[in-house]
Design a protein around this ligand. Structure first.
Ligand SMILES: [Mg+2]
Length: 386
């Protein structure tokens, strides 16, 4: 079996969501699907996918480790995050091909299943506390056992996707939101809170002291990610479980936080970090430090299936991010998706990842890749992390 074609698809589903899917075809009937993590960098990553195709055509998809090394290290300079996103999508597609070609689900190739289903958390939506509570109630009623929300903007986004973020006001909203969620829904529901890299270390430490009494399951990305050494300070000063890693584009930025036991949950993004190949290494490495994985999954059905495949084959899993129920959005584009029931997700026992993608529909709803994501500004006009 040889790789014959690699194609990128930037599409907008009926839900309005954008997906960046990569399809790897072979000289057989088997093809694989991958998804790109930072879809807002679309055209740059499309070019990276095209560039990487030059070294993949006519190669054997079963030699995925060798191909990963060639993609990441080829050309002498290690891959950056743009390249890692392209490598990730291609690598996930190679695992999909391998599974399909021997009639086995990907989680069985990874050593699983070690569990029947994976506990998952949804995204609770709302720009203020009443809206958050309403959304939380809907999710609890639907069967979810975890809730996740984030460090809120303090003014809504305008038509140009700009918003104001006043850190001190936002911290107070966060503390109040925890109080209300616990008051309304009790202590049996697990709460994940994403600071989204929006606070500096001093402010995040102060906020976390106030949140201790509400017993969150974890605090995610308590500060910016460029300098993993900052977790030494956060570890000393924050008395809550810490989750980090979704912005890191290989195993290397995880080295210090795993080796020095600075985090509790590794937020590996399979579509940024270098695909299933790289995520599997980080997962097993984290296991030696009793660190659980919580794969970052804000994307579409291919990302979800890759994450859940990894979780079904790994013992050290905290919870899986699953913004909405699999199968509830964009079914024309993705006619086959993974399964969900009562807050748990799982991959069915079918060949590959268990996801399909309609090329006919993709051609109908193709969009030009464009920069996405909002901009946040402090009240003084200075730029801050989105
Ligand atoms: Mg996050």
């Amino acid at each position: 079996m040889k790789i014959k074609k690699i194609e990128s698809f930037n599409v907008r589903g009926e839900s309005g969501r954008i997906y960046f899917i990569v399809k790897v075809s072979t000289n057989t009937e088997y093809y694989g699907l991958g998804e790109v993590g930072i879809k807002g960098w679309g055209s740059a990553i499309m070019s990276a996918v095209d560039h990487l195709s030059e070294i993949l055509i006519d190669e054997d998809p079963w030699e995925s480790e060798k191909l990963w090394q060639k993609m990441f290290r080829g050309g002498f300079f290690p891959a950056d995050t743009v390249y890692s996103c392209a490598i990730s999508a291609i690598d996930i597609a190679l695992w999909d091909i391998k599974g399909k070609s021997i009639d086995k689900p990907v989680y069985k190739l990874l050593g699983g299943p070690v569990r029947d289903k994976v506990i998952s958390y949804p995204h609770v939506q709302g720009m203020n506390i009443p809206d958050l509570l309403e959304s939380a109630k809907k999710h609890i009623d639907a069967g979810w056992k975890f809730l996740r929300w984030h460090q809120l903007e303090t003014e809504p986004f305008d038509k140009n996707n700009n918003a104001t973020f006043d850190p001190l006001k936002s911290i107070q909203i966060s503390i109040n939101s925890f109080e209300e969620v616990r008051k309304n829904f009790g202590n049996d529901i697990q709460l994940c809170f994403d600071v989204h890299t929006r606070l500096n270390p001093t402010l995040t430490i102060e906020m976390c002291k106030e949140l201790e009494k509400y017993k969150p399951f974890f605090i995610e990305d308590p500060t910016r990610s460029e300098n993993p050494d900052v977790y030494k300070l956060l570890r000393k000063k924050i008395n809550l479980p810490l989750a980090a890693g979704e912005q890191w584009g290989s195993k290397w930025p995880f080295r210090q936080v795993i080796e020095e036991d600075l985090i509790d949950y590794a937020r590996i993004d399979l579509c940024i970090v270098g695909g299933i190949t790289e995520a599997l290494k980080i997962t097993h490495w984290a296991e030696t430090h009793y660190i659980d994985i919580v794969p970052h999954n804000p994307l579409g059905p291919v990302s979800a299936a890759a994450c859940v495949s990894l979780c079904m084959a790994s013992t050290n899993v905290g919870v899986q991010e699953m913004p909405t129920k699999p199968g509830s959005l964009d079914n024309k584009l993705f006619p086959k998706q993974i399964e969900w029931d009562e807050g748990y997700s799982w991959c069915p026992d079918v060949p590959g990842l268990g996801v399909d993608f309609s090329i006919e529909e993709a051609e109908r709803c193709a969009v030009e890749p464009s920069r996405s994501g909002g901009n946040l500004y402090r009240p003084d006009g200075s730029f801050t992390n989105w």
